[in-house]
Every structure is written in C-alpha cells, then in structure tokens.
Design a protein around this ligand. Structure first.
Ligand code: HEC
Length: 116
C-alpha cells in the first residue's frame, strides 16, 4: 500500500513538473497575447510595430536593455523604428513589463539560430 502511494505521488509531482516547464516556455508569448501586444507586433514579422525578433537584435548584449525596454513598453514612444508611434500601455504592470522585455530579448538567440 505504501509503495502504491509513493508511485501516485511521484506521478503527481511529475505532472506538475512538466506543466511548469511547459508553462515557462510559453509565458512570454502568452503574456504578450494577454497584454494586447500582438495586436501590433508579431514575433518574426513586422506588423504595425517592428517584430520582436528585430527589436531583440537591436538590443542584444546591452546591459541596460531590460529596464530600458520595460520602460519603453509601459510608456510607448515614437521615432525609434519609423513614423508610427507606440501608444503607452498602462495596463502592463512594471513586473510584467520586465518579463516581456526579457522575453523579447531572449528572441535574439532564436533568430541567430535560424540564420545558421
Ligand atoms: C497600437 C500598436 C502597438 C501596441 C498595442 C504595442 N506596440 Fe510596441 N510598438 C509599436 C510601434 C509602432 C513601435 C515603434 C515605435 C517607434 O518607432 O518608436 C513599437 C515599439 C516597441 C518596442 C521597441 C521600443 C524601443 O525603444 O525600441 C518594444 C519593446 C515594444 N514595442 C513592445 C511592446 C509590447 C511588449 C507591447 C504589449 C504590452 C506592445 N509593444 C504593444 C506599436 C504597438
């Protein structure tokens, strides 16, 4: 009986572990979708705004890129990529803006891998 329970609890723990790992890889995109970013942005193509991959490339390797982009996400801006301005996104919390900025920056590696 005891071994039966330990097998069940292992199974449950494994289920949660896999769930958490999958959740992590989709967090950035899911958060961007939930935050209305994808109305104007795409990961790999220009839409109203620049693609997230191109943004990641511009800021790759810059130490202050996460706080800079987190701020740019909340406040919006103009004139950095073209004529169309990005409106401020006050619905995004500072913590989520940091997560989004870090996720966008992580896309630079993905693009580099694709080019190879
Ligand atoms: C209404 C359209 C629109 C929405 C919604 C929008 N963006 Fe943008 N975004 C733009 C445009 C247009 C630009 C280019 C602005 C410029 O040239 O300065 C931009 C630029 C950016 C940049 C680059 C900033 C820089 O300084 O280089 C980031 C990062 C970004 N957006 C992230 C986001 C995220 C994350 C969200 C969701 C919370 C979001 N955007 C929602 C249109 C939008």
């Amino acid at each position: 009986m005891r071994s039966f329970f330990s097998i069940v609890s292992l199974g449950v723990a494994g289920f949660f572990w896999v769930g958490a790992a999958q959740g992590q890889s989709t967090t950035g995109l899911a958060l961007a979708q939930a935050s209305n970013c994808m109305a104007c942005h795409q990961v790999d193509k220009k839409r109203v705004g620049p693609s997230f991959e191109v943004i990641a490339e511009r800021f790759a390797g810059q130490e202050a890129a996460v706080p800079y982009l987190a701020n740019a996400i909340i406040r919006g801006g103009r004139g950095r990529w073209g004529a169309v301005p990005m409106p401020a996104q006050p619905q995004v919390s500072p913590a989520n803006a940091q997560l989004l900025a870090a996720w966008i920056l992580s896309l630079a590696d993905k693009r580099a891998a694709k080019v190879e």
